[in-house]
Every structure is written in C-alpha cells, then in structure tokens.
Write a protein that binds this ligand. Structure first.
Ligand code: BEZ
Length: 221
C-alpha cells in the first residue's frame, strides 16, 4: 500500500555498512532522510552519495540523520563506497542499507514496476522526530536529485513546525514567509509576528522570516 504524508514511517531491521539498523531506534529523536538508489556502481548514484557526504555538516545542524538504501548486497556496498570516496573526493560516513530481499524497497514502495521491475526509483522520505512522513520526492533513475532542494524542504518543514507560517514558491532561508490563513486574531498576530506583516489579500499576508537558527546552505561543492 502506498505511504502517505502524515503516515508513520514503517520500521524495519536491515543490514547496513554501519551494522544492523533498527530504523526507529536508529532515528531516536532526530529527523530522518531515507533515500533510495537504483543500483551500486552506477554513475548518477555515485555523484548523489558524494554530494550527500559533503553536506554532512548541513544535515547535522538540522539534526537530520541520513540513510541511503540500494537493493544490492552489503559486500557490494562496501566496495562501492570506496569508489565514491575516491571519485567524489569525500568520505561517506552515513550508512548505506543493503536491501537484496527488498524489505525496505517494498515497505516504502520504492520499486515502480512500470519504470523498472527490480531496481528502485530515486525516492526521498523526510521523516520528523515523531516518525511521521512529512514530505516525499520521487525522481527517475536518470535524474540526479538536487540536494540543496532537499535541505530547503527540511528548512521549510522545521520553520513551519515552529511558527504559524508557510513558505511561498521558491522560498529560501532568509526570504519572507506567509502567515497561515487560519490565524486571524489581531492580538495573536501582533504577538507572533513582532516584525509586522503586509496584507496583500486577506488570505495572503507576508511577514519577514521569524528567527530560525539557520544560514543559507553552503553548497555541495
Ligand atoms: C545511475 O545511477 O547512473 C543510474 C542507475 C540506474 C539507471 C540509470 C542510471
């Protein structure tokens, strides 16, 4: 059955390059990013895992634990990680799950048979500290993901959890945000948005971004 936003991310126990992982226990009280790779020793996946490794500090300061999954076996993963470190000039220090029995791929519906009946697509699951799936992204094997966009989604989720705001199209950290339409009490508005706000339409109220202890991403290079 397909997973929906708001569902609890299914738990699993599976081998990884960092030992056996019981997913929920491993996540603890952190955010999680679970993302699938069609196959080991493939070029796009190699660049994606390299880009993710280079963003280690960005994920850490957002308290996000990163977990990759590929349907290949553990011995293959270990050799592939050596290649990634060598070719991408980095160190992959997050776990890569082995999923030859498709436990995780099936639980998370990562194999789309009309695209390919054995390899996963490029799925991304954003999971919050309560283990809820908060966002998903799905790309085909031929399109490498944009990891700055992944950080941007995390920033939006974390900001909107802390304040009664939503983020507009193409928002980035530091840009103005939107006050949620359900908030109408003028006293509450004054208290929550001391920087003030602009009413463009009654349903479109813009305010400077409330303080979030984040800076724009440093980039993946
Ligand atoms: C890649 O990662 O380069 C890739 C994987 C599967 C199919 C096509 C490309």
């Amino acid at each position: 059955m397909a997973l929906h936003l708001g569902d609890i991310a299914p738990n699993f126990v599976q081998k990884s390059t960092a030992g056996d992982i019981d997913f929920h226990a491993w996540l603890g009280s952190s955010w999680g990013l679970l993302f699938s790779h069609p196959k080991d020793f493939t070029p796009v996946c190699t660049t994606e895992l390299g880009s993710t490794a280079k963003l280690k500090d960005e994920f850490a300061r957002r308290d996000v634990k990163v977990l990759a999954v590929s349907v290949d076996a553990l011995d293959s993963h270990s050799l592939w990680v050596n290649d990634i470190n060598e070719t991408q000039n980095t160190t992959v220090d997050f776990p890569v799950l082995a999923d030859p029995d498709h436990t995780v791929s099936d639980l998370y519906d990562m194999i789309h048979p009309n695209a390919n009946d054995t390899l996963t697509v490029r799925s991304v699951f954003f999971i919050d500290p309560k283990k809820k799936i908060r966002a998903t992204i799905t790309y085909p094997a031929s399109t490498g993901r944009n990891f700055n966009e992944i950080l941007r989604v995390i920033d939006s989720l974390q900001l909107t959890d802390s304040y009664s705001v939503a983020t507009p199209a193409n928002w980035n950290v530091g840009d103005d945000v939107i006050i949620v339409p359900s908030l109408q009490d003028p006293e509450v508005l004054k208290q929550k948005f001391p920087k003030g706000y602009t009413v463009v339409k009654p349903y479109l109220r813009i305010t400077p971004q409330p303080d979030l202890k984040l800076n724009p991403p440093q980039g993946t290079k």
